[in-house]
Design a protein around this ligand. Structure first.
Ligand code: PDD
Length: 283
């Protein structure tokens, strides 16, 4: 049984309960982060923390963590659960108050919890075969730059992918890709340029995306932060997604059409390797 964190205490997962009046439950009034852990250490720690602070500020959720702060919570959970490889999920909601659309009075304590999930990240068999994806209309709300727990549409789209026998969905406004259901979408053009949508309110500013763009630039690749269409992606040399849990994951098929030669791209796999090496080497 895991030890989880809830509002200042470390408890057995079965003992961690929150109020039915929690605004995270009633209004999806909560933000979260997913940190990946490799060799017992968090990857891109500072960037995830900075995004968490930004999400909280955008939502105007007042937040003070008891004790030594977020870093201590994460380190304690990793140690107590002997997590070597996997993820840590951290959520902060506006807290519990009688149901009302208006925010509760200042001083209402936020609900903060975190838990670990052990899973293989570096050694993911999907990297060998690549992901097959389909595209669907992006019908999420307009502030996708805030990492809120409003994940129902993403969840529905993942179920649609499953029913279609593919691995995931890329979301599009018209024919322009915004991002994956829970990853950022990237392509490599036939000229060898890495293209990924520029940050803004339409998509989540991915932490992994940022690191991978750094690595690509360092290796001399041209990076273009701009929108691209479904057709451009299908005609690209390579395609991939980035996220905390998938790192860099090749995409080999979009809406039934093979990308490149239909195998994980060479440049994509080099970026994946470099990302994992950098994560391991950083410690
Ligand atoms: N998802 N876009 C969306 C909509 C996401 O939910 C995520 C992350 C990303 C990638 O961001 P990052 O590289 O910072 O993980 C992009 C996490 C992994 C999740 O919800 O499980």
């Amino acid at each position: 049984m895991r030890t989880v964190y809830l509002n200042g205490a470390y408890v057995a997962e079965g003992d961690a309960t929150v109020s039915i009046f929690d605004r995270g439950l009633l209004f999806a009034d909560a933000v979260y982060e997913v940190f990946s852990v490799l060799d017992g250490r968090i990857i891109d720690h500072a960037a995830h923390m900075a995004r968490l602070e930004r999400s909280l500020a955008e939502m105007k959720i007042a937040h003070e963590v008891a004790g030594a702060g977020w870093d201590d919570v994460l380190a304690t959970l990793i140690a107590r659960n002997a997590l070597v490889e996997g993820t840590v999920y951290l959520q902060v909601s506006r807290g519990a108050a009688d149901r009302d659309f208006l925010f509760p009075a200042p001083g209402t304590p936020p609900t903060v919890f975190a838990f670990t999930q052990a899973r293989k990240l570096a050694d993911n068999p999907m990297a060998e075969r690549g992901m097959r994806i389909i595209t669907r209309p992006d019908r999420r709300w307009g502030r996708r730059d805030i990492k809120t727990v409003q994940l129902l549409y993403a969840s529905m789209m993942k179920m649609e992918a499953k029913a279609a026998g593919v691995d995931d969905v890329w979301l599009a406004e018209g024919d322009v890709i915004t991002e994956g259901t829970s990853q950022n979408a990237c392509i490599i053009t036939r000229e060898g340029h890495l293209v990924t949508r520029d940050n803004g309110q339409a998509l989540l500013p991915g932490v992994t995306r940022l690191s991978v763009l750094d690595i690509a630039r360092e290796s001399g690749m041209t990076v273009e932060e701009r929108s691209f269409t479904i057709v451009e992606a299908q005609g690209a040399a390579e395609a991939f997604v980035t996220s905390a849990s998938l790192f860099v994951m090749p995409v080999v098929e979009i809406d039934g059409l093979a990308v490149g030669d239909g195998l994980p791209g060479v440049e994509t796999m080099a970026l994946r390797k470099a990302y994992i090496e950098r994560a391991r080497g950083a410690h």
